[in-house]
Design a protein around this ligand. Structure first.
Ligand code: MN
Length: 213
């Protein structure tokens, strides 16, 4: 069941060197819904990580241009490895040289629910929707609201599109990726997180060295 495995996540990271959560960081899941989070990630190539809770992991896509509120925009979304639920409020600096090295900002988060039903009218689990290569869901975020679709692009398994559905929350004039850059957790910008998180880690490393000598 590769979709529920965190093996790839764990194997890519050295938890002695990165402040990212390991898989033992299990948060109690909120019983009345499912979590989504969008993290801006200023890595080698700047992108937004779009994550949806499916079961007890966060299914993840890297979206180079970030999400749009304009239904005419189709944003490329490249699947990446499942992340642990504890990643949803990770904000900080992944050291250079580590996988994904760079600054991470929690750009938006909230609850979502799937929008598709089976022939009998029961909600279709998101995992099943994703399996079919076409998922629609409603986001209740601070910045993003309304229906979105994730669509597998033809025969390419590694190419999906993230598209705003044409509903009352659609707005071609908004461009929140540019106009609302701050973290919803801390109000900080990427530059502020980079400045405030990186030095603290160097001090901690220096302290560890001196105490072991
Ligand atoms: Mn990333």
């Amino acid at each position: 069941m590769s979709h529920n495995s965190l093996d790839e996540y764990l194997s890519k990271r050295d938890f002695a060197s990165t402040p990212e959560p390991d898989a033992s960081d299990k948060r109690p899941t909120n019983g009345n819904g499912h979590l989504f989070v969008i993290q801006e990630h200023d890595a080698t190539s700047h992108h937004f990580d779009f994550r949806l809770q499916v079961g007890d992991v966060l299914r993840s896509w890297a979206v180079p241009k970030g999400p749009s509120t304009d239904p005419r925009e189709r944003r490329l979304a490249i699947p990446t490895e499942d992340h642990p639920l504890g990643y949803a409020d990770f904000e900080g600096v992944i050291p250079q040289g580590q996988y994904g090295g760079g600054t991470v900002l929690v750009w938006d988060a909230g609850q979502y629910h799937g929008l598709e039903t089976d022939d009998g009218g029961s909600p279709l689990p998101l995992e099943q929707q994703l399996e079919q290569g076409h998922a629609t869901f409603w986001l209740e975020g601070s910045k993003l609201k309304g229906g979105y679709a994730l669509i597998r692009n033809g025969s390419y398994n590694d190419r999906w599109l993230l598209v705003k559905m044409d509903d009352d929350e659609a707005d071609a004039r908004r461009n929140p990726v540019n106009t609302e850059p701050e973290s919803i957790l801390s109000g900080r910008s990427l530059a502020e997180i980079a400045e405030e998180e990186a030095p603290a880690r160097e001090v901690a490393t220096a302290g560890a060295h001196s105490s072991s000598s």
